[in-house]
Structures are given as structure tokens and as C-alpha cells.
Design a binder for this molecule. Sequence first.
Ligand code: C2E
Ligand code: MG
Ligand code: MG
Length: 584
Amino acid sequence: MSSFTETLRQQQLEIARLRSELSKHQAFLDAVKVHIWAFDGTQYTYTNRQWFEFTGQNPNELLSIERWISAVHPEDLEASTAIWLAHWESKTEHENFFRLRRHDGVYRDFYCHAIPVCNANGVFEYFQGFNLDITDRKKAEEEIKYLAFYDPLTGLANRRLLTDRMGQHLAHARRAAELVAVCMIDLDGFKQVNDQFGHKTGDLLLIEVARRLQASMRQSDTASRLGGDEFALLLGGFTKVSECEQLLQRIIANLAAPYAVNNAIAHVTASIGVTVFPNDGNTPDLLLRHADQAMYEAKHAGKNCFCLFNPSHLNQQHSNQAMLIKIGKALQSGQFVLFYQPQVDCRVGKVVGMEALIRWKHPILGLLAPSEFIPLLEHDDLIIGLGEWVLLEALRQQKRWREAGVNLNIGINIAARQLHQGSFVARLVQLLADFDAEVIHQLTLEIVETAALEDINVVADAIRQCRELGLHVAIDDFGTGFSSLAHLKHLQVDTLKIDQSFVLGMLCNPQDRAIAKGVIGLASSFDYKVIAEGVESLAHVQMLMDMGCDVMQGYVIAHPIAPADVLDWLNKFEPNPFWRIDHA
Ligand code: C2E
Ligand code: MG
Ligand code: MG
């Protein structure tokens, strides 16, 4: 026997041994969802049942290399054959990835792992391996990748992909000496759509917004949804800002067209802030911040428009930031103080309460009024901390006065942001825990009308809970916020405070007078108390009393008083003989 025939015979024996070895595990091999195989260089000398089921091939046929090639996806053939050939040469263990065609023509993804098998003398004989169907895993991975980079509702890029793409856009623009416009979009009126038509319609509208954005832009531009009704765009390929302005006008007009969604016609517009690379900044972070700032300016400019970033406004923002830091430190170091302005029932000639009004005892600038710092704080969570300090300080003062034999209601002002933090009532409960019921029952929360109307259901609920805690609630600056009767019925409060602008104007302006009269009438029909603020003269007092409002707060009675002087003021207080005191 020639050595060739001998080798062949030994090989066949080995294959037979391998087959019988494998067949011992046949049940297992058939059960696992992998193709198991042995390959000798020209044909597959073994394949398990999974392979036959997958390809639909006759189990009695051995699988030839040609047959395998015809099953591989044409796009994967070159790469996977190259890997195979390289390892056939070196006879080394390897991995491969390819798609194989199933008997129904559908391609599935496979991971292939192959190891060389040698005989007892260490001479290579064949490759043995398995193909694992990884289609589902790949799909799941792709889905995860999709979720990590795309907004699932609209299919637009998310913030992560946007920042990623920004890097590419900026690098390209740098090479091509072009401009990139980074735009931040916030929809105007989206909340109303959600409130009026429900979230499902809101979602459909957002999908349509995404579609319109993509339709307005070039393929190479990027549209992204950052969350809620906030979108961002990267627009490239400009050399002049004016070219980008035309495109923005078009986007604004497209987004402002009515939306027919879910059998409803909804309307939203867009406020867009735009910053231009490289003119306004060169990092994604900075550009996004600038665009965001410009977007707020578009909102202030009346919405449904775009604003280009203006660097001089940035200085303002920097100084605002510095101011916020100073206010935070002032709060920690006890530079705030509450002044108290008396509220007097003129008909009975008695002080019935005090409104606590905050002042900042600035070490250099002196006593600062709230108008110098509250508006800046309204957009920052610091107002919550400050509001909580006001509450505690007012309650402490209340306790001190009670110890001195003075029993007065104290009103404190609640900022909109404080009221709308999700945990407003829960925080109140914590803060009130250290105080006796009598102290708590003489506290009034003043909520400005405009803040009460924002999200009225939530506010109505919070007010109800506050009153259950024994607190009183007043609507401050009433008349400025367009409350309807229906709103008022919904908001169960104790007191309406007529806004001082109507009081101040009522002597010479019939409309102001009519509004003041209207508020007094409303309060009486709902059985609410009414307080007039900004009462500056005896003529005001008399006119208000004629209209049916007896409780007043204003300079004609007293300016806000420093805490140390309050008891003294109260001791000296005498009703004005010109008030129409009712002695009955
Ligand atoms: P407000 O709650 O409506 O307070 C009434 C404001 O009118 C006070 O101004 C008071 O000093 C002023 N005032 C009182 N009587 C008269 C008058 O006869 N004529 C005129 N022209 N004005 C009068 P102030 O203290 O400057 O406070 C302004 C606003 O700042 C307050 O309006 C309130 O909205 C807010 N504020 C004051 N303290 C706090 C606070 O502790 N927290 C919060 N969030 N806001 C506060
Ligand atoms: Mg007030
Ligand atoms: Mg007021």
C-alpha cells in the first residue's frame, strides 16, 4: 500500500471515529441551536441536523464547499473567505461572521468558531467548529444601539448622537471653511396642545414636527430631539449667515402651519435660537449653550421667530450667574431680613395681619428691595431655598410675637417656582413639623394669580392640601392674570388681594375702578375675604370702603416695618379718625 493510500485510509478511519464519537452526543447536538461541523479542506465531513433543517439540504448528502459558498450572503463572501483561507494556511483557531441563506431564502447572521484538529502525532487533519445563529442578538444590539442614539418617538438623533455628529460637522466645516448653524428649537403652545387634546395627540404632533424639520433640511444636516418639545438642528454648507437665515425662515413657516393630528387641528409655532460656528464658539457644549440662550431671547421677542446669538448678552448672563452665587452666600450668612407691612381693617380700626416682605441687607449696597433680586431668582432653584427660609423666619417671628402677647396673621409670598416644584406640600409638612398648630393657623400663603393659573389642577390640589394643614391661602395681585369665574370656583382660597395697580389708578381711571369693584364683588360672591394693597391715601380708603372692601394695606397706614420696630409701631397704632369706623 502506498503511503498516500495509507494516509487516506487513516483519515477515513479518523472521520468514521469522529462521526461515531459525535453521534454519541447526537441528541445534544441536534438540540443546540448551532450548526456543528467538521471540514477537511474540500468538504464537510460532518454536519449536525440543525444544518440540514436550516438549509433544507438532504441529510444523506455531504456538504461541499461550493454548497457552502452558495449559501453565504454575497456581500459577506469575500471577507469571510479571506479569513478562512488565511487560517487554512496557518491551521489556526479563528472566528468568522457571515450571513447564511435559510431554505426559505431568508438570511440569518452567524458567528463561526473553528479549531484545528490534529492526530496523535500533532499533524493537522481537519477543522472542527460551530456556527451560532446570532440574528436575534444582533437585532437586540442594534435596537439598544438605536435607543442609545435615537429618540424612540420621532426617530431623530438624540442628544448623544447630536454631540457626536457635531464633532463631525465642525471638523468638516473647518476643512471646507464653511459655517455651521447650531439651532435650538422650543415649540410655543405645545403644552396647551397636550392639555387640550391629550398626550397621544401631543406625541403625534411631535412626530409631525420631526417630519417637517427633516423635510426642510438637507440630507447632510442633522435634526435631533432633545426631549419634550425641544429640538436641535445642525445646518451646514453655508458661507454667509444670511443664507442660513432664509432656511430658518422657511423652517419657522413650515412648523407654524396647522397640524391635523388625531382628528384635531392643533397649532404650535417655534422659537429658535441660533449660534454660528466658528463665529460664536468652537466646542459642541459652548455652541449648544449659546443656541439655548438665543432661544430664550426668541421667546422673549414674541415667539414664532428665530434669534441669532448675541455675545454681548452673554456678559449679562455671566453677571447674573455671579449675582446668583452672591445671593446664595447671602442666604447662608444671614443677610436677608423680613420687613412687615400691617394690614388694617378700617371699619373696625384694627390691625388684622402683617405681610412679610423680604429685604437684602447688602453689606455694601445697603437695604435692597425684592425687585432687585427676586426676578433673577425666579428661574433658579435658589428661590426655593430662599422661600423656605422666609417661611421658617415668619413662623419664628410669629412665635416671638405670641410670646409678647401679640396675635397677628402673617402673610408670606410664595414664588411660582417654589409652588410648582413637585414636592411643595411635602416640604411644607416637613418645615411646619417644629411649630405648634396655633402658629401655623395664623400663616397665610400668598400666591400670585399668574402662578396659580399655571397648571391650575395641580395648584388647586396643592391649595386644598395647604388649607387642610390649617394654613390660609390668598391670591396675590388679583386682576392681573385673567382668572375666569370657573378658575376661581376651582381654586378654593381664603382671600383675594386686589392688585395695587388697580388700587393706585382707581381714583382717576374708571377702568381700574371697575376692576377693583369687580374683584370685591367676586370675593363677596365666593365668600372670600378681600384685601386692597397699595392704598396710598385717605381718598383710596374711602372709595374702597364704599365699594365694600375694608381691609387695607398701604403707605397711608404704614410702609413695611423692620422687625425690631413692629411692636413699637403696634403700641402706637391708632385708627385714623377719618376712616369710617364702625363702632357697632
Ligand atoms: P407683593 O406681595 O404684592 O407686595 C406688595 C408690594 O407693594 C411690596 O413691595 C410693598 O412694599 C409694596 N407696597 C405696599 N404698600 C404700597 C403702597 O401704598 N404704594 C406702593 N406703591 N407700593 C406699596 P416690595 O416689598 O418691594 O415687594 C415687591 C414684591 O416682591 C412683592 O409684591 C412680592 O411679590 C415680592 N416679594 C416680597 N417678598 C417676597 C418673598 O419673601 N418671597 C417672594 N417669592 N417674593 C417676595
Ligand atoms: Mg404679597
Ligand atoms: Mg401684591
